[in-house]
Write a protein that binds this ligand. Structure first.
Ligand code: G3I
Length: 323
């Protein structure tokens, strides 16, 4: 195979990485590919650092699942992207169903972040501090956070707490569909000012990049929007890329289209100074989240279910090799 991370680094990126999950780590063939740091220079835990696992009841912290992935990355010499601190999903019910004031929820957020970011201090290249706070129309998504704070005022609270607990981690806002033009990208751009106006710092914007084969944003649109973030003095990354088929099985033509769609992401990142890396949301269709969430859809990853590279893989490696 082509050693994607090695090629990406030669092309000027900081890494090419993959998400993984604790339940996958007893699959030795899978782990062998994941752990090859010439192939994947970076790992993101797909679940293990989320609030429901880390602080399942108030002020009780359990780092078992997150540590397993962090130690794997360290042992492999891979960069760790840490994911995620404040998100409406996978919250323990004591948070999502609690009765909070701005003051009490502020201290709950601060305590969670001080503990978790403190625990991983020095290990995380970056933290996805706040995840998916926006609706598609650019308003703040309903959540215990936006309801209690009456909007986005929880963002500077979270970013300030993360900075205090690990001054060296890059602090990201991470969301989907913020990497191409529209109301959501406009609102995401405004989040940078909201955080800074609230007295906190933000270092990066992450476009998750969960796309659909044949209905991708154009490469130029991806580049324009990425450049707009970078112009605000933050770095940029594609943090959770997968490009799914909305109906299966994939045809040969479909696999070629998927390769072109992956090419748009990789070329866009290479063309924007300040786009520092690409992470795929697991590398194999064997462990993709898509079929569990979108019935009948999938085949979204670079490797198939048998851990064999797909046409999109060849295209990605060719682009990186010639960059
Ligand atoms: O841990 C339980 C296990 O005990 C139980 O037996 C099993 C039965 O269903 O469920 C397990 O929990 C699942 C968990 O993944 C761990 O495997 C949840 O049901 C399942 O909903 C959860 O899905 C994750 C999803 O986030 C939750 O929203 C996916 O693996 C994960 O890839 C996905 O990742 C998100 C990013 O964090 C944010 N952006 C979107 C992305 C895709 O949805």
């Amino acid at each position: 195979t082509a050693n994607l991370n090695e090629l990406a680094v030669q092309a000027g990126l900081s890494y090419f990485g993959s998400a993984t999950d604790n339940s996958e780590l007893d699959d030795t063939a899978y782990v062998a590919i994941l752990s090859d740091s010439t192939e994947f220079g970076q790992i993101t835990p797909g679940n293990g650092q989320k609030w429901q696992y880390i602080e399942p009841s108030q002020d009780t912290f359990d780092y078992t699942s997150g540590d397993e992935i962090a130690e794997l990355a360290e042992g492999n010499g891979q960069i760790l992207r840490c994911h995620t601190l404040v998100w409406h999903s996978q919250l323990p019910s004591w948070v999502s169903s609690g009765t909070w004031t701005v003051d009490t929820l502020t201290s709950v957020i601060e305590n969670h972040i001080a503990n978790e970011v403190g625990h991983y201090a020095g290990q995380c290249y970056a933290w996805d501090v706040v995840n998916e706070a926006l609706n598609e129309d650019g308003t703040f998504r309903d959540s215990i956070f936006s309801e209690t704070f009456d909007g986005g005022a929880f963002l500077p609270v979270a970013f300030a707490a993360a900075r205090e607990a690990d001054p060296d981690a890059k602090l990201y806002y991470n969301d989907y569909n913020i990497g191409y033009s529209g109301s959501k990208a406009t609102a995401a751009l405004a989040i940078i000012d909201l955080i800074r106006d609230g007295g906190a710092e933000i270092d990066g914007m992450g476009e998750q990049g969960h796309y659909i084969v044949g209905s991708m944003p154009s490469q130029s649109d991806l580049e324009n929007v990425a450049s707009a973030y970078v112009a605000m003095d933050v770095e940029y990354a594609f943090t959770e890329v997968d490009i799914r088929f909305s109906s299966l099985p994939a045809t040969d033509d479909g696999l070629q289209q998927q390769a072109e769609d992956y090419a748009a992401v990789v070329n866009a990142c290479l063309n924007v100074e300040g786009c520092i890396g690409i992470t795929i949301w697991d590398y194999t269709d064997k462990y993709s989240w898509i079929p569990n969430t979108f019935d009948g859809q999938g085949a979204a990853c670079l490797y198939d279910e048998d851990l064999e590279p797909k046409p999109a893989y060849t295209t990605v490696s060719d682009i990186l090799a010639s960059a």
